[in-house]
Design a protein around this ligand. Structure first.
Ligand SMILES: Nc1ncnc2c1ncn2[C@@H]1O[C@H](COP(=O)(O)OP(=O)(O)OP(=O)(O)O)[C@@H](O)[C@H]1O
Length: 343
């Protein structure tokens, strides 16, 4: 099973520019989490910090009892081997064919024979649906195939933690849906801890077990998906609905006067092109393809979330209770729409 990643009081600056401060969250072992946030809020910087490529000035990142910010180079190297990272563009070597690209980490970091390398590479390429494309160069294939090749490469060292930086960027909605399914199927097969950074609202609503959002140099929230999906927080509401109206501006946070002027335009009947429909609310979560094992994370997460249910906002509680099956209601002692101890 994947490992837990504990982040406490993390602060990162470049010179005088604070990117974010005091981030505290836990990526639960084997669960899928998504981090949202407007452009430039430091999501990529966060991923790079988790894998030890950037060093935040304050706080802790603890994996298997080791604090990445204070451990030796040797320990950091060992911890890094737990990670598989899918970078935005797949980060493939343009002059190598897909087989050699996917084989690269194995040849670099292990002493496996070429026969073993071949077996592992073909297994991972099959997992991501790239059998038959081994000889192609990255320049000869589509963006979606490049992402899948990047994912296969991220998988060859059997990672316990997978980080995906905007896996949907540059993909059409159908390819994005396939990639989302692939990530959930992967989670059902290897039970790795997965963190996805994305702007894609459909991915955010349907894929993860947990959702978080960065804004104004802070973590606005992070927790079970139902919390963010039902949140009244203006910045979350604006982001999930993809509206101009709200605190998020084109390049940065809006001032009060701009927000008031936009609201006045809206009230005067000016359309800003965003649909009237409010997409907030808990929608069913993507399940593994039939025939694959059920995700271990689902049961673990339910147990965890039911233990903290009384600490969650009422709308999130309702969403969680509504998603329970009759057997689960019985198991968790939920009756007449309310769990014991919550009434
Ligand atoms: N190595 C670096 N040196 C200095 N500033 C950096 C460095 N890396 C990132 N930044 C700055 O940190 C901020 C956050 O960048 P980051 O790429 O993490 O944002 P993001 O939320 O991932 O954005 P997007 O959604 O557009 O990809 C930006 O202002 C960027 O210029």
């Amino acid at each position: 099973m994947g490992v837990e990643v504990v982040v406490e009081g993390l602060t990162k600056s470049f010179g005088k520019q604070t990117i974010w401060r005091d981030l505290t969250l836990t990526l639960p072992a084997g669960e899928v989490s998504v981090m949202l946030g407007p452009s430039g809020t430091g999501k990529s910087v966060f991923l790079k910090s988790l894998v030890g490529l950037l060093k935040p000035e304050r706080g802790r990142i603890v994996i298997n009892g080791v604090d990445l910010l204070r451990c030796s180079e040797h320990k950091l190297y060992e911890i890094r081997k737990l990670f598989g990272v899918l970078f935005q563009d797949g980060a493939l070597f343009g002059s190598m064919n897909l087989f050699d690209n996917v084989a690269f980490p194995l040849r670099e970091h292990t002493r496996k024979t070429e026969a073993e390398v071949r077996r592992i590479v073909l297994e991972k390429m099959e997992m991501v649906g790239l059998v038959g494309a081994e000889k192609k160069l990255p320049g000869e294939i589509s963006g979606g195939m490049r992402k899948r090749a990047g994912l296969a490469r991220a998988l060859v060292l059997d990672p316990e933690i997978i980080l995906c930086d905007e896996p949907d960027s540059g993909l059409d909605p159908v390819r994005t849906a396939y990639l989302s399914q692939l990530l959930i199927d992967l989670n059902s097969q290897i039970d790795a801890t997965i963190l996805i950074v994305t702007h894609n609202i459909t991915v955010a609503r349907t894929v993860p077990d947990n959702l978080g959002m960065l804004f104004r140099r802070e973590l606005v929230m992070f927790g079970p998906r139902e919390v963010l999906l039902t949140s009244d927080e203006p910045v979350v509401e604006q982001f999930l609905n993809g509206r101009r109206l709200g605190p998020i501006g084109m390049s940065e946070e809006k001032d009060q006067a701009t927000m008031a002027a936009e609201l006045a335009h809206k009230q005067a009947g000016h359309s800003d092109g965003s649909p009237d429909e409010d997409v907030r609310g808990v929608v069913p979560q993507l399940e593994p393809t039939p025939g694959l094992p059920p995700r271990g994370a689902v049961r673990r997460r339910k147990d965890r979330v039911m233990r903290i249910l009384h600490t969650l906002p009422p709308q999130a509680r309702e969403g969680i209770i509504a998603s329970l099956t009759p057997e689960e209601r019985q198991r968790y002692g939920v009756s007449a729409g309310q769990p014991e101890g919550v009434r």
